[in-house]
Design a protein around this ligand. Sequence first.
Ligand code: GLC
Length: 546
Amino acid sequence: MPDDEGWWRTAVIYQVYVRSFADGNGDGVGDLAGVRARLGYLKSLGVDALWFNPWYRSPLADGGYDVQDYRDIDPRFGTLAEAEQLIAEALALGIRTIIDIVPNHISDRHEWFQGALAAGPGSAERERFWFHPGRGADGAGIPTNWVSSFQGETWTRTQNPDGTPGEWYLHLFTPEQPDLNWNHPDVRREHEDILRFWFDRGVAGVRIDSAALPVKDPALPDLPAGGAPTTGHPHIDRDELHDIYREWRAVADEYDGERVLVGEVWLDDAERFARYLRPGEMHTAFNFGFMTQPWSARAMRDSITRTLAEHAPVGAPATWVLSNHDVTRPATRYGRADSSFAFDRKRFGTPTDAARGLARARAAALLVAALPGSLYIYQGDELGLPEVEVPRDAIEDPMHFRSGGVDPGRDGCRVPLPWSGEATPYGFGGAPWMPQPDDWASLTVEAQESDAASTLHLYRSAIRLRRALPEFGDGAFTWLEADADVLAFRRGDGVLSITNLGSTAVPLPAHHRILLASGPLDDGLPPDTTAWLALLPTAAPAATTT
Ligand code: GLC
């Protein structure tokens, strides 16, 4: 493992949703062979690390977030030997690998859960989960009123071997994802072993799924009427979680080359969020606060300021995330009348202005790439892909079904990538497992390679400049006075980033030269555009404008 200290503080991390990245064996499902064949593309994009969504053996009831065997790769994606090769080949190109660990739950097909079902009530096997009798004389009442992150019930009733109704088990997500009992020593030991298994294979870090959920109050209290308790939620952000992550950090620190813990921590309370990033805990956590903001200078400015302020006391770098495999693509989101993001508001047929959305997504990409901290890019955002309205009969996401068909779910950002050609499968491989739109020919990697103004070229230039200029990354950040609809800030002494979120062009501030712009700069800085300006003669490798 290379030893560039603090690599994770400024890294550009590309998220690979394996199933939809590239299909190497022609069966229509993305796989590790497809990723290995495209490592050159990722190298030319300039990213420092790849984060893979779960690639383990799984029934894919929730896209792989239902892990059946952590020590094997799903056969649809490849083999463990291929994963080892991929990790090594990427590293040889200077690209680290981050994998996804899902501590809150496992698949109902996992041998532990199957064993627990077979062993029956009162067994040691059931202690690793949250099995519980139902309420009432016949046990038909659900044990708690907890609310699922996927809507619907959080408990499912089992059947006894004789066919009579049995105990219930807890699942904060789908019934195929039973929650683990983190008070059980087996659960802790098993996850530390899993971390070592993958660190031994050269992974540089883990993304921790649903990191604020694993620990439950063993008394299983009901939530008060109206939702969340003021203190001590029974299954969100419990203090005991920090012991677990301190243990994980100790495991990571046994290895060379700074193996990192990255938390998926959805919490509104900034102080509680920052607790996960204290010394000896996680290295970084996803900054969803910024991602959910609408296209508004005030909202984004406040969010950036808040983010930097909440990270400062614990000494952790911020992360900047415009989207991921759970979230509406920015090119679609920013073109909507309400451009903020919230899970509970996703609806079919929400109109968007595609051209405006793309211009803003490009401007946002430069905005976040200029901020201090690490940067996440979800596959396909570098092509400006829109959210797809997947036909109802092709939807697989349980979020859709558990909403009673109201929420389109998350498949619209998980459509297989277009690489080349004029029609589906656009060079992806075999006939894609999820249909691609008919109008993606101009969005393929091939088409964008030959267009200097493409979103792909914009991302490449931004990542190259970010790496080349010492002002970027972890260095000094200063807001500059600007119009209410403009975000302008300086990095170090040499670089200025300015974004126009208003509806009329604004003059560019005094500068030495233009480093990069997300769109044409005919008349000052037009609406929905970001420009990076060099303030000093020294701060510029190669000027690029689009
Ligand atoms: C996280 C993942 C999401 C998954 C859920 C349950 O939020 O990002 O895709 O469905 O956890 O594991």
